[in-house]
Write a protein that binds this ligand. Structure first.
Ligand SMILES: [Zn+2]
Length: 229
């Protein structure tokens, strides 16, 4: 095993992206398919978004007669119907930090837990030079898991931010089983507290305060502009 200290490894690079999975009203308390504590991912996600040059967000975006709905014999209640308030991103999420929106499971007959399922997300990330993806959002045991597994299969390095995900836990322990399955596939685990701004290293004596964060953010925007040109 390489002996790269976690602190160095978790310094954010300009080839990293943050992928925010399905932080939508229907998956938060009060929603049609609420994940316990689902809204608790909003604060840690907002906190780390400025560290990343690229932030992508997926949305479950179903037609009204989607095959995953109970009325069609699927496992879930009607949720995240395209264009409804339940399908909107949680209002607490800092949408101005999101550079790329991806909608999935938009076909009536096709389920897609993964943000890579039936979308061009992998191509879009590759086109922007992304090599490593940090995954956060909902839910650990379904869309986060499948997104992380697909990202790994697509050749990206993948890190799941364990304090910024929450699980459905249809059966107790589903969350841990999902994390184990991801780890077995090569997905790394970290917390948002492990992440370091691009320009801050332990050796510099900089503790990652607000100034560094701002610098990282503005550099990220410059990079984003470059990508768009
Ligand atoms: Zn769905």
């Amino acid at each position: 095993m390489e002996a790269i200290p976690l602190t160095d490894e978790m310094t954010i690079r300009n080839t990293d992206a943050l992928l925010v999975v399905d932080v939508q009203n229907d998956f938060c308390p009060g929603g049609a398919l609420a994940v316990p504590g689902g809204d608790e991912v909003v604060a840690p996600i907002n906190r780390v978004m400025p560290l990343f040059a690229l932030v992508a967000a997926t949305q479950d975006w179903h037609p009204r007669d989607h095959v995953s709905f109970a009325e069609r014999g699927g496992p879930w209640p009607v949720h995240c119907v395209a264009g409804t308030p339940g399908a909107e991103l949680h209002p607490g999420l800092n949408g101005s930090e999101i550079d790329l929106f991806v909608r999935k499971a938009t076909e009536p007959e096709v389920e897609a837990y993964s943000g890579f399922g039936g979308t061009n997300l992998a191509e879009q990330l590759r086109a922007r030079g992304v090599r490593r993806i940090f995954v956060a959002g909902l839910a650990t045991d379904y869309c986060v898991k499948q997104t992380a597994l697909d990202a790994t299969a697509a050749g990206f390095e993948v890190v799941v931010l364990t304090d910024a995900v929450r699980a459905v836990n249809v059966s107790p322990g589903d969350d841990q089983r999902a994390l184990d399955e991801m780890a077995a596939a090569g997905v790394r685990m970290a917390t948002t507290a492990d992440l370091r701004p691009p320009s801050a290293t332990p050796a510099s004596g900089n503790q990652g305060g607000g100034g560094v964060r701002t610098e990282a953010h503005s550099r990220g925007r410059e990079e984003q502009l470059k990508w768009q040109m």
